[in-house]
Design a protein around this ligand. Structure first.
Ligand code: FCB
Length: 459
């Protein structure tokens, strides 16, 4: 009998992802300044239940326990973000030593435990002081970001080699400046277009700074690509889907990797583009970070600033606990589309399943819905790989239940349950499942090979 071969290439990276504002807490501790999300949480109606990231998972104090949980999972890598306002409380100027020290300790401990740090510079928590100066709609944001990137590169670049310039540009630009579902909650076409262009320029500036300051850096940006499907097949919905597709899927990847804006945006953004900008944006990166959960259903919505809105999935679609549609084929197709269009190695930097998991009377957290989702999405990823997608790694969102932005603490995405606000951590059944998957994948074992018969997704 021949030993089963692993469908994962040598060096395939298994990881977990988090972000600073969603887990750290300690919002006013050790000199951290406020971010636009602190402000958003205090704006009436900004977040369900009036939840805030003030305490979150208290990771700022429990980080050692959290690194231990990662070691227990057997992951190769941990993707986290640095909180810009923790290291630069006013966004620029004097750095905050206590904040910088926190990430030094975290990075050192990760390395001691054999877990590679993947450092994301921006996961949406712009310092409020910079927003007050115009935020992403000001062209000055490019310089603020480049200086912040240089600070982190100089401080951590001796130990951190995996760098991510931004997480999900389209969320903080579209939901921050056009559809007010995220900080800073502005609705303005011109500011949205300017934010798009400046975030692209900042990405390019970040790549340049990291190449200069971190020898051997492996650099990527994270894009949340999702097929945009008209809710029903009408000319209005098709037009809505086409424009949303540009704003969601194309206005960052295309200029950053192909060097141009997609057609509808190219015409409108022209007044904000200066000579030389497109070359500054399109600095070569080493890999493509993909965050993916499911497709988007779009509809015409004249009440929204760009005339499109979010529609509903077909009524018979399977969904997970937070109502997001489960479409593993769309994940497979997205991986193949990215491979063909951008021709870079791909790392799946987020994929996961939300729910309202509880600690059962036996003290465990049973989350079969999450195991079902992760099983079929991993099978879809392997399918894409078998068809030619060059996928180099997979990170579950998330290590911990955490502050899920506008949805507050009600939507749990962790493989580890967190009891808010005591902070008690309980690995869920899915944590054991993930640890087993990683072990089997490394051994080329049967758990990762051949056809997978997924359990039926929970409705
Ligand atoms: C992604 C975000 C991440 C988390 C997951 C559920 O869009 O990057 O912070 O909120 O969704």
């Amino acid at each position: 009998m021949t030993a089963p071969t692993s469908p994962y290439p040598p060096g395939f990276v298994w990881g977990v992802s988090t972000s600073a504002y969603q887990i750290e807490g300690a919002a006013a501790e050790d000199g951290r300044g406020p971010s636009v999300w602190d402000t958003r949480c205090r704006t009436q109606g900004g977040v369900v239940n009036g939840d805030t990231g003030d305490v979150a998972c208290d990771h700022y104090h429990r980080w050692e326990e959290d690194v231990g949980l990662m070691a227990g999972l057997g992951v190769d890598a941990y993707r986290f973000s640095v909180s810009w306002p923790r290291v630069l409380p006013r966004g620029r100027g004097a750095p905050n030593e206590a904040g910088l020290d926190f990430y030094d300790r975290l990075i050192d401990r990760l390395l001691e435990r054999g877990i590679e740090p993947w450092l994301c510079l921006y996961h949406w928590d712009l310092p409020q002081a910079l927003h007050d100066l115009g935020g992403w709609s000001s062209r000055d944001s490019v310089g603020w970001y480049a200086d912040y990137a240089a600070l982190c590169a100089k401080r951590y670049g001796d130990r951190v080699k995996r760098w991510i310039t931004f997480n999900e540009f389209s969320v903080f630009t579209l939901f921050g400046y056009a559809i007010p579902w995220a900080a800073p909650g502005i609705v303005d076409r011109t500011q949205h277009l300017r934010a798009i262009h400046h975030a692209n320029l900042a990405h390019g500036a970040g790549v340049e700074v990291l190449r200069d300051l971190v020898p051997g850096a492996s650099i990527g940006a994270i894009h949340n690509r999702q097929a945009v499907i008209p809710e029903t097949d009408t000319p209005e919905n098709r037009a809505a889907a086409a424009l949303l597709d540009e704003h969601w899927n194309l206005v960052f990847c295309d200029p950053q990797i192909l060097g141009h804006y997609p057609p509808q945006t190219a015409a409108l953004i022209e007044p904000h583009v200066q000579p030389g900008d497109m070359a500054r944006i399109a600095r070569p990166v080493d890999w493509f970070g993909l965050n993916h959960y499911g497709p988007i259903f779009a509809k015409a919505d004249p009440s929204r600033v760009w005339g499109y809105g979010w529609g509903d999935a077909p009524p018979d679609s399977p969904t997970h606990g937070v109502g997001w549609a489960i479409f593993p084929d769309a994940f497979r197709d997205e991986l193949l589309t990215i491979q063909t269009r951008y021709r870079l190695p791909i790392v799946v930097t987020e994929n996961g399943c939300g729910g309202s998991d509880v600690v059962a009377s036996d003290g465990a957290v049973h989350d079969p819905h999450r195991i079902a989702y992760l099983t079929i999405y991993n099978a879809a990823m392997r399918d894409a790989m078998a068809r030619g997608a060059d996928v180099r790694g997979y990170f579950v969102w998330s290590l911990l239940d955490n502050f899920e932005w506008g949805s507050g603490y009600g939507q749990r995405f962790g493989v580890v349950h967190v009891d808010f606000p005591t902070g008690t951590r309980t690995p869920k059944d899915s944590a054991r499942w993930y640890a087993d998957l990683i072990r089997a994948a490394r051994q080329g074992g049967s758990a990762t090979t051949g056809a997978v018969t997924p359990p039926a997704p929970a409705r």
